[in-house]
Design a protein around this ligand. Structure first.
Ligand SMILES: [Zn+2]
Ligand SMILES: [Zn+2]
Length: 154
């Protein structure tokens, strides 16, 4: 049980790193054609960018299925991936972008920091030279602003 919990928590933590890399090098790289919708004004509730979330869900389901079929503890890796997806949706779609009918506000310092950092990600238009690619961890504001100034100059 302790091992399973450790696997779950390690996966959840590692997913932030994987998510950062995927956002920076895939979604703002060759996968921009799908992510682009997220950087443009909104028309409906869904955007092509949501396909990344669907892919994440399928990966999580596959891992759980493989784990349960006898390759333990892969199901706990899958659970960690799924948990990351759920937390991401609540924070990113719900609290940061307020895509939902009810609009929870970022109240505590951690959520406020994520909110501001992600708004800076959206402050730059386009695919290249963006900043603040993380989802559940944000570096200190002054660091992001420094990067932002450097990008704007370059
Ligand atoms: Zn982006
Ligand atoms: Zn966003």
């Amino acid at each position: 049980m302790i091992l399973n919990l450790a696997v779950f928590l390690c996966t959840l933590t590692a997913m932030e790193g994987i998510g950062y890399l995927a956002h920076r090098y895939i979604m703002h790289g060759w996968g921009w054609f799908l992510h682009r919708s997220h950087h443009e004004p909104h028309l409906g509730a869904l955007e092509t960018n949501d396909l990344y979330l669907l892919a994440l869900a399928l990966i999580a389901l596959a891992l759980v299925a493989i784990g349960r079929a006898g390759h333990a503890p892969l199901q706990w890796v899958g659970a960690g991936v799924a948990a990351f997806g759920v937390i991401y949706v609540i924070i990113h779609d719900g609290i940061v972008h307020r895509h939902w009918p009810f609009r929870p506000r970022p109240r505590n310092p951690y959520l406020k920091r994520l909110y501001r950092a992600h708004m800076l990600h959206h402050a730059l238009k386009g695919r290249d030279n963006n900043v603040s690619f993380g989802f559940l961890y944000a570096p200190p504001m002054h660091k992001i602003k420094q990067q932002l100034r450097a990008r704007r100059r370059g």
